[in-house]
Write a protein that binds this ligand. Sequence first.
Ligand SMILES: [Zn+2]
Length: 468
Amino acid sequence: MRLSIFVKTFFLLLFSFHVSSRVIIENATLIDAENPKRINMTLVLQEDEIVYIGKTRLKEVAFQEDDTVIDATGKFIIPGLWDAHVHLTFIPELDYQTAYKLFLKNGITSIRDTGAVIEKLRPAIEFAEDNPLKAPRLFYSGPLIDGMPRVYKGSEPGFPELSVGVSKDTDKNLLVDNLIQEGVSFLKTYEMLTPEDFKELQEIAEQRNLRVTSHIPLSMDLIDAVDAGLDGMQHIRNLELACAEEARDMLTKRKKLLENEDLLPGSSLRSKIHGLQRPKALMNINEQRCDEVIKYLASNNVYQTPTLTINTVGSKRFFANKEWQETYNFLPKEVKTEWLQNSNNLAEQPINESYKNYEKWSFNIVNLFNKHKVKVIAGTDTPIGFLTPGFSLHKELELLVEAGLTPIEAIKAATITPAEFFNLDGKMGSIEVGKRADLLILNNNPSLNIKHTRDIVTVISKGSIYID
Ligand SMILES: [Zn+2]
């Protein structure tokens, strides 16, 4: 095909300025959740931006000497993935540099840390700022904002310090303003908050244009939390309490339990309440009510990060799988040894029936979310539950498909929807001119089989080819 002089000149002008080196990908098939499949495409990436997309056969891109040209014939390109529920500080021995490498190596170019005390997260934040090519894009909430007694206090085994506890006397404006100073881009509120404190935090966040994602406080009904302006939920946590036949009566009982007459620590009090109410709720789900609740979540745009990987870890037991255990080889030696030992010990124990019920419930809910067009975001809770950073996100994608999403819908949950949570969908999450240059080149078509997202040829993060 011959181009008119005008068009040629236009493209030459556009692409022959010698700025910095570019990455040019030719003959690619582009797959994202916003566009139909595009075949035989050329992409030009300059620094951290997609600056051109066009049919390869037009040859309008004038190559420069230091361009990196990739022939992607037979390959598939998707946007860089997000793991929107991670805890970088959960296991101090699993250092952030290792985690960052594992995310990038697996094509996770953006992460959302959903709970960490700022001073512990600070080195990870600074490293990511100073070494943008060695870290995924990092979004963080800072600490879980919990009530009293708080759950993640750092004094019980398995519950590192991830939170701050607030009460009615806490200056929450100051708390939130300090977090904003520290660079947080959203807030995470937690299960032991009183309704009053939860609502106050929600209001403050709204005034400052921050979104809030939450574990629904045990003191509240989910609908009240949504009415207070809640923007997101994690793990579908406590949704069963809102769907239960005796939801109202159970809330009254919970409020009584929350008075904590035995002065239990927060982690034990929460476990006690979950232990008393969750199985009971799951056995008495009022399906019609549940449908109404889910429609309410959809109409109020409450983003859901179901974290199926962590919800099903007890029933699916990824940790017992030898192939999964191989991912431990990428972890620091002491973490690997401990994980292997604990994984094998746990694998010998019989599977608790309640885990299977919870898996069934989780899948069913995600399927209903999808049916009612609730926005779903992919996240894993790594490194909790022997969920190796990076690898676990691909597991989550598979589980989302198992729950009823199409592969493209699963990709959407790990690309455009998390970007949208941060109002960044104009800049990230699909393959468009003007968007950030985070891309994965895959060997096989992920819209045919979601497992193909693991089969990565090249990771491009911030416009640069990631080298492990
Ligand atoms: Zn978490």
